[in-house]
Design a protein around this ligand. Structure first.
Ligand SMILES: [Zn+2]
Length: 331
C-alpha cells in the first residue's frame, strides 16, 4: 500500500514527538542522577555539574539523531519538560505549599500552555511569497506618510534595495526571509525553534510576554521546590520515598534554575533590542541589510583609500517612541 503525503507527515510528526519525549526524559534523568550521586552537595556546586550534564545530554542527543537520521521536535521537548515539572509539582512539591501559592503556580503553568499553543499557531506576519505582492508593498512603502523625516535619514538610505533570492529588506516594513519557514515575514525578529514559529510583527509582543511568563513561572517553581526541600530537611524524614521526593524536587529545581538563567539573559537582550528598535536578526546580521550601512569616506591624508562601512540604525527614534512603536505595532 502506498503511503500518502499526509500519512507520511503524520508519521514523521509522531516520530519526532516520541524522540522529544525520550530526550526530555533523559534530560530529567541526567539531572536526577547528578543529585543522586552528590546528595550532600550545595546548590552552587550542583549547578555547574547540572549544566555539564545537560550539555552532555544535548550533545549525545544531537549525535544520535544525526547517526539515526531522525529529527526531534523542539516545541514537543518544551511541552514535555513543562508537563514533567508540573507533574513533580502536583505529586511532590505541592504538599507543603500554601493554597494561594498553589493557585498562582497552577495558573502560571496553565497560562504557559495556552501561550505556547497560541504562539505556535499564530501568524507571525507572513506575506505572500510572490513578486507582485512584494511590489505592492514596495509601492505602498513609497507612499507611506509616516516614513522617516529627512533629518533622520542617513546617507545610505538612498541605496537601492536588493530583492535578492534570499534576503529582502524594505524599510519600515522590515520584511525578511525565514529560511526555516521558507516565507517572508513582516517585522521579522528571528525564527524560534523552541516555539516552532517565526517571531514577527504580529506575535512579537506575545513572544516577549511568553518569555517573561517562563521566567516568572520558573522563579515560582524554584521558590516552591526550595520551600519543599527546606521543610523536608527540617522534618528530618527518612526512607526511600522521602529521599526520592527530595531528589526529584532538587533536580527539577536545578532544571528550572538553568532554564531561568539563560532566559533572563535572552529576555534582557530582547528588551535591549526593543529599546533601540532593532530586531535580533538585524542585530546579528546587520551587514546583510543596506539600511544599517553608513559608508564613511576616508579622510584626506589617510593611508587606506577604502570606504569604511559603519553601523547606523535608521529605525531608532529614542527609547520611549521605540517601545511605543513595539507595543502598538499591528500586522
Ligand atoms: Zn520561520
Amino acid at each position: 500500500m502506498v503511503e500518502s503525503a499526509d500519512q507520511k507527515q503524520r508519521r514523521a510528526w509522531w516520530r519526532s514527538t516520541l524522540i522529544s519525549s525520550i530526550l526530555a526524559s533523559l534530560t530529567q534523568l541526567a539531572l536526577f542522577t547528578v543529585v543522586l550521586v552528590c546528595p550532600d552537595s550545595s546548590m552552587p556546586s550542583l549547578l555547574p555539574l547540572s549544566a555539564v550534564a545537560l550539555l552532555v545530554v544535548i550533545a549525545s542527543g544531537r549525535c544520535c539523531k544525526r547517526r539515526l537520521r531522525v529529527r526531534a521536535s523542539a516545541p514537543a521537548f518544551v511541552f514535555f519538560s513543562i508537563i514533567f515539572i508540573w507533574g513533580v509539582y502536583i505529586g511532590v512539591v505541592r504538599q507543603v505549599i500554601s493554597l494561594l501559592m498553589d493557585i498562582a503556580v497552577n495558573s502560571e503553568l496553565l497560562m504557559l500552555f495556552i501561550g505556547l499553543c497560541c504562539i505556535m499557531s499564530v501568524d507571525p506576519g507572513h506575506i505572500k511569497n510572490d513578486s507582485s505582492h512584494l511590489n505592492e508593498l514596495l509601492e505602498s512603502q513609497a507612499l507611506a506618510s509616516e516614513g522617516p523625516s529627512e533629518e533622520s535619514v542617513p546617507s545610505s538610505w538612498d541605496m537601492p534595495y536588493e530583492l535578492a533570492a534570499q534576503e529582502i529588506s524594505v524599510p519600515l516594513q522590515r520584511i525578511r526571509y525565514c529560511r526555516q519557514c521558507k516565507a517572508y515575514v513582516k517585522g521579522f525578529d528571528h525564527h524560534c525553534p523552541a516555539f516552532g514559529n517565526c517571531i514577527g510583527q504580529k506575535n512579537h509582543v506575545l513572544f516577549i510576554t511568553l518569555l517573561f511568563g517562563f521566567v516568572v513561572t520558573e522563579a515560582s517553581y524554584i521558590a516552591c521546590s526550595s520551600q519543599f526541600t527546606t521543610k523536608t530537611q527540617t522534618l528530618d524524614k527518612t526512607g526511600e520515598q522521602a529521599s526520592l521526593s527530595r531528589n526529584l524536587a532538587v533536580s527539577t529545581m536545578l532544571f528550572s534554575l538553568l532554564q531561568m538563567l539563560w532566559q533572563v539573559v535572552f529576555l534582557a537582550w530582547h528588551i535591549y533590542c526593543i529599546c533601540f528598535n532593532i530586531r535580533t536578526d538585524e542585530w546579528i546580521h546587520w551587514n546583510r541589510y543596506p539600511e544599517f550601512h553608513l559608508n564613511v569616506q576616508p579622510e584626506p591624508g589617510q593611508t587606506s583609500s577604502a570606504t569604511e562601512t559603519r553601523f547606523i540604525n535608521p529605525y531608532d527614534k529614542g527609547i520611549f517612541l521605540n517601545v511605543k512603536e513595539f507595543l502598538t505595532a499591528k500586522g
